[in-house]
Each structure stands twice: as C-alpha cells, then as structure tokens.
Ligand binder design. Structure first.
Ligand code: HEC
Length: 100
C-alpha cells in the first residue's frame, strides 16, 4: 500500500470514530431532555428534586437500575426508569457527569 492511501485511510477511520462518538452524545442529550422538566435544564435543578448534573456515573446507573426494579422506593422515578436499557443508563450517566 502506498503512503498516500494509508494516510487517506487513517483519516477516514478517525472521521468514522468521531462520528460514532457524536451520535452517542446526541442520543444521550435527546434522552436527557425527558428528564429536564423535573431535574432542570442540563440536569441542574432549582427546586426540591435532586440535580443530575455532575453525579458520579456509577451512582447514577445504580440508582436508575434500583428505580427500574423497584428496590429504591420512588414516587415517579420507577416510571421514568422503565423502558431504558442498561446501555442507555450508561450513556445518560456519562452525559450528566460531563456537565459542570
Ligand atoms: C416527573 C418528574 C421527573 C422526571 C420527568 C424525571 N425525574 Fe428523576 N426524580 C424525580 C423525583 C421526584 C426523584 C426523587 C425520587 C422519587 O420520588 O421518585 C428523582 C430522583 C432521580 C434520581 C436519584 C438522584 C439522587 O441523587 O439519588 C436520578 C438518578 C434520576 N431521578 C434520574 C432521572 C432521569 C435520568 C430522568 C429522565 C430519563 C428523570 N430522572 C426524569 C422526578 C423526575
């Protein structure tokens, strides 16, 4: 393989990788919009409901799983945790943890 083709391929691969990362982030933002009504825009609450911004991802995922399976008592969060996969909890956790 000549050098030009190798360089062009390397460029394509990095484009593809950044494209995938961007898609995950967009999807997480889209899901997070469903939470902003109660938890505040960008997960920054100004009321009695806890903020999500800056939560430790491991804690976030554990709470979401506990709400979904009913092991953490909740008024509304059981309903809001239902219907998301573990991978979606991870993506949301990463998104909220990234907000300063
Ligand atoms: C209708 C209002 C409402 C919506 C919408 C909502 N939540 Fe909640 N959330 C609450 C309330 C109230 C609590 C406290 C637990 C309870 O009573 O259900 C809570 C608690 C939590 C907690 C625990 C926080 C902590 O510090 O322990 C997490 C995590 C959470 N919500 C994530 C989410 C995510 C992610 C979404 C969107 C997919 C979401 N919530 C949508 C009202 C809401």
């Amino acid at each position: 393989m000549n050098k030009k083709i190798t360089l062009a391929l390397a460029g394509l691969v990095s484009l593809a990788v950044s494209g995938v990362a961007g898609a995950v982030d967009t999807r997480a933002r889209f899901m997070a919009a469903n939470c902003s009504y109660c938890h505040g825009p960008n997960g920054k609450s100004h009321g009695a409901i806890p903020s999500l911004a800056g939560l430790e991802p491991g804690y976030f995922v554990d709470q979401m799983k506990a709400f979904r399976d009913g092991s953490r008592p909740a008024t509304v969060m059981k309903k809001h945790a239902a219907g998301y996969t573990d991978a979606e909890f991870e993506a949301l956790a990463k998104y909220f943890a990234s907000i300063k």
